[in-house]
Each structure stands twice: as structure tokens, then as C-alpha cells.
Design a protein around this ligand. Structure first.
Ligand code: GRF
Length: 208
């Protein structure tokens, strides 16, 4: 069983897609051990609760300094003996010590086709605003391993989504989620759970 911890900050639709994919057998050999949010009001926590998954808030705001927050987060993740940490709409900058400790065991979903529309400042609706500003015809989503950079880690899965005339950032965000994010995140987790992934020279080889 792949022991997964999911870090969230908001609505948790990607978390829901993972829960549903485990329930329906799209993802096998996987158990979500814990859901952690930095935001006490994240609906993602309620989604976890509704499915009987352990869920807690660890917020930087409740610690005296960043070091104490980092330590609490790492301790909690270590305690759950996780094989994989999934960032599903997680808006927290991860401690460098966590990234080093869980090398190629942390994945993130980004709502664009990396290396386009990614890096510092490209998060949430900003990504879709920039996509529309540039007038590209294709966007999409990317699941990648997390390294020390912003959206720079090895790419596991990508899916393209059409940009349509008249799209607003909100409309495009919804299409990217429905057509790409909620599909490639479960796909990537299932590959990892079934040992189908190797990282070679910073690139991901999928062994089917
Ligand atoms: C998604 O668009 C994801 O790509 C981005 O944050 C959003 C999270 O949405 N990193 P949700 O909380 O999973 O609904």
C-alpha cells in the first residue's frame, strides 16, 4: 500500500478526484493517511472528514516563527510514515528540509503546460489570466515531482486543454480542472503506487 499524505489550502477538488479514483479503483494500492491544510477554513478538510480521513490544520499563523511551523509540519508527515506527499492546491512554500528529505516523493499539480506559464507568481487564476492575455490556443495541466525550484521538478504527466474564444479566467480554470487536473493527478498517483515510474537524469520514464 502506498501511504499518501495530501497537503491542501482550498476547495479540495483535486483531493476529491483522488478520493473518488481510489474508491472506483482507478488508483490501486493506495491509502490516504492524512490531509493537512494551512487554512483552517479549507473545504478540503471537510471533504476528508466526510470520507473518514484524518485531517488537521497546521497553519504558520499559529506558530511563533517559520522554523517552528516547518518542524511541526515535517514531524507530522514523518509520523505518518508516508511514501508520497501530494500537493493538491497547496499554497504553502515547503521547507527546504522537507523537499530534500522526500526527494522524488512529493508531487504537485500545476494548471498549465510546464514550462509555459509557470514559475514565480504563476498560481491560481493568475495562470489562466496570463494564458488568455497571450492568446495561446492550448493550455493544460502538469503533474511533476517537487524540487527546490518553482515548478521545475521532473514532469510525470501532462494533458492539453483547448482555450476557447470568450473564455474568462474562471471558465478556463474550470475546464482545465475538469479535463486535465482531475484526470492526470489520479493517473500519476496510480503509476507511483504500482512502481511504474523511474527518474533518470531529471526526467521521468514510465514503465507500463
Ligand atoms: C488547482 O487549480 C491546482 O492546479 C492549483 O490550485 C488549484 C487547487 O484547486 N495548484 P482545488 O483546491 O484542488 O480545488
Amino acid at each position: 500500500m502506498l501511504r499518501v499524505g495530501v497537503l491542501v489550502s482550498g476547495g479540495g477538488t483535486n483531493l476529491q478526484a483522488i478520493i473518488d479514483a481510489i474508491d472506483s479503483g482507478i488508483i490501486t494500492n493506495t491509502e490516504i493517511e492524512i490531509v493537512i491544510s494551512n487554512n483552517p477554513n479549507a473545504y478540503a478538510l471537510t471533504r476528508a472528514q466526510n470520507h473518514g480521513i484524518e485531517n488537521i490544520c497546521i497553519s504558520p499563523k499559529t506558530f511563533e516563527n517559520r522554523e517552528q511551523f516547518n518542524e511541526a509540519l515535517i514531524n507530522k508527515l514523518d509520523e505518518k510514515k508516508l511514501d508520497l506527499i501530494v500537493l493538491a492546491g497547496c499554497m504553502v512554500v515547503l521547507p527546504a528540509a522537507l523537499i530534500a528529505k522526500y526527494r522524488n516523493r512529493i508531487i504537485n499539480i500545476h494548471p498549465a503546460l510546464i514550462p509555459s506559464f509557470c514559475g514565480k507568481g504563476y498560481y491560481g487564476l493568475h495562470v489562466h489570466e496570463e494564458v488568455l492575455k497571450r492568446g495561446v490556443k492550448i493550455t493544460g495541466a502538469t503533474v511533476h515531482f517537487v524540487d527546490e525550484g518553482t515548478d521545475t521538478g521532473p514532469i510525470i504527466a501532462q494533458k492539453a486543454v483547448e482555450v476557447k474564444w470568450g473564455d474568462t479566467p474562471e471558465v478556463l480554470q474550470k475546464r482545465v480542472m475538469e479535463e486535465a487536473e482531475w484526470k492526470i493527478m489520479p493517473y500519476a498517483i496510480n503509476l507511483i503506487a504500482n512502481n511504474k515510474i523511474e527518474v533518470i537524469d531529471g526526467k521521468v520514464k514510465i514503465n507500463q
